[in-house]
Design a protein around this ligand. Structure first.
Ligand SMILES: Cc1cc2nc3c(=O)[nH]c(=O)nc-3n(C[C@H](O)[C@H](O)[C@H](O)COP(=O)(O)OP(=O)(O)OC[C@H]3O[C@@H](n4cnc5c(N)ncnc54)[C@H](O)[C@@H]3O)c2cc1C
Length: 400
């Protein structure tokens, strides 16, 4: 089929974007985004909420559950996600199931997470055709401080080395299960001071399990200055060693934290000098992946309309199938439905990252989402703008 006969994707079609939400759900989303549009309120609210929940103040947890949690998470457990999974399936949007626990500390917790991922999350993906990808953070399987030492090249004590090997074994246990069941697993990128360790472990897993199909995905953060050579080197290594390179492309979620640490510890910030440089590298990475689509599997994980537009142009210009099995687009659940639902309708492989877990365990994730959706310089945030547009459209429709 020629490029011209492919349906045009209209990202401003809010009717398609929000068809899966009824009026009352949409109004609730509007109220929530209106609240988090206020930067000062978010700064105060996130500090207070984290404190109140850790102090066990019960009504705060309930309030979080029925507001921000409901917007950005699927449920407190896998069963709780079922309604969302089925609803999104009706619109051709797939699920990347993400067990959202973070910042674990003790070996027993890492072990429990690994068992849960294998016996519950991978299992769910096997049983449910709409869940074909799962995701995990390495810091939920290996202790953060240990990964920091490994990343810095610090020599481990015998005890630490044994602990590290147990951590790597947990990652392998998970990847092997994903491989045995033909389920893809996305490993998130995290802070730059543990990322060398993540890259090393995930690359080892890729070399092992990506021989026939892309099972293990690493993540590349293009808000870092050094990631284009890193992407290309990863690809060359995979090509030379005969396995499929698989990456999720993101801009990156820890920009302030990265800059603050670099300043505090007086080293050069790894972050791009400005947003334009970050966007340019993101686009370059995307083009590189499309150019090598037969050998690279990738996910365009973004809420940026231009990046999605670019992907569409690149694929269509080369007359590559929009649902090529090596190419996915992903957004976070609760965000950028105008991209997800319009692209899914136009035939692209689209999946929503669906985090789940007990409310108090997913607080760090919810804080990142609140911060990401506050207004910059007094403007309406992107989500709020889209939702109000759709509410106005529906109101106009009922008035006619
Ligand atoms: C499916 C999915 C998976 C994800 N997985 C990860 C992950 O594993 N690890 C992770 O870190 N993030 C992850 N993210 C989060 C992602 O990094 C943020 O949602 C993303 O940064 C927001 O950017 P955007 O691509 O949506 O585009 P935009 O909204 O256009 O860009 C905003 C981003 O640009 C960058 N930026 C902004 N200003 C500047 C500046 N002055 N200089 C340099 N850079 C700047 C920042 O990264 C900022 O977040 C994931 C997102 C999705 C959708």
């Amino acid at each position: 089929m020629g490029a011209s006969s492919k349906p045009v994707v209209e990202f401003d079609n809010t009717a398609i974007a929000f068809a899966w939400k009824d009026d009352s759900q949409l109004k609730n989303s509007y109220k929530l985004f209106k609240l988090i549009n206020n930067k000062a309120l978010v700064e105060f609210g996130t500090k207070m909420t984290a404190w109140a929940i850790s102090a066990g103040i019960p009504f705060v947890e309930t309030a979080v559950k029925h507001t921000i949690f409901e917007q950005f998470c699927g449920g407190e457990d896998i069963k709780g996600c079922q309604a969302v999974i089925e609803l999104l399936a009706d619109y051709g949007v797939h699920i990347i199931l993400d067990y959202g626990v973070e910042a674990r500390q003790h070996e027993i917790e890492f072990e429990q997470t690994a068992q849960y991922l294998v016996h519950q999350v991978v299992r769910k993906a096997v049983d449910d055709p709409n869940v074909n990808i799962i995701s995990s953070k390495l810091s939920s399987l290996i202790r953060f401080e240990l990964m920091e030492k490994v990343s810095a090249g610090v020599e481990l004590t015998e005890e630490e080395n044994a602990e590290y090997l147990r951590g790597v074994r947990r990652v392998k246990f998970l990847c092997k299960n994903a491989f045995d069941n033909d389920i893809s697993i996305y490993f998130d990128a995290e802070e730059s001071w543990i990322q060398p360790c993540i890259d090393e472990v995930v690359t080892k897993m890729q070399a092992f399990y990506n021989r026939l199909s892309p099972i293990v995905f690493n993540t590349i953060q293009l808000y870092r200055k050094d990631q284009i050579p890193h992407l290309k080197a990863g690809f060359e290594k995979a090509r030379k060693e005969g396995y499929i390179y698989a990456v999720k492309l993101v801009r990156g979620a820890y920009m302030e934290k990265e800059r603050d640490r670099a300043e505090e510890m007086s080293y050069e910030s790894p972050i791009q000098p400005n947003k334009e440089a970050c966007d340019a590298d993101y686009n370059e990475a995307l083009a590189f992946c499309v150019d090598h689509i037969d050998e690279i599997a990738f996910c365009n994980a973004t809420h940026n309309e231009e990046s999605c537009r670019l992907l569409i142009e690149l694929l269509d210009a080369k007359d590559i199938k929009r649902n090529h099995h090596h190419c996915w687009t992903g957004q976070l659940y609760g965000m950028s439905d105008h991209l997800s639902f319009n692209m899914a309708k136009a035939g692209f492989n689209v999946a929503k990252y669906l985090p789940f877990g007990p409310v108090k365990e997913v607080i760090p994730y919810l804080i990142r989402r609140a911060n990401e959706n506050t207004a910059v310089s007094g403007q309406m945030s992107r989500e709020l703008g889209l939702i109000s547009e759709e509410l106005e459209r529906r109101e106009g429709f009922t008035k006619k």
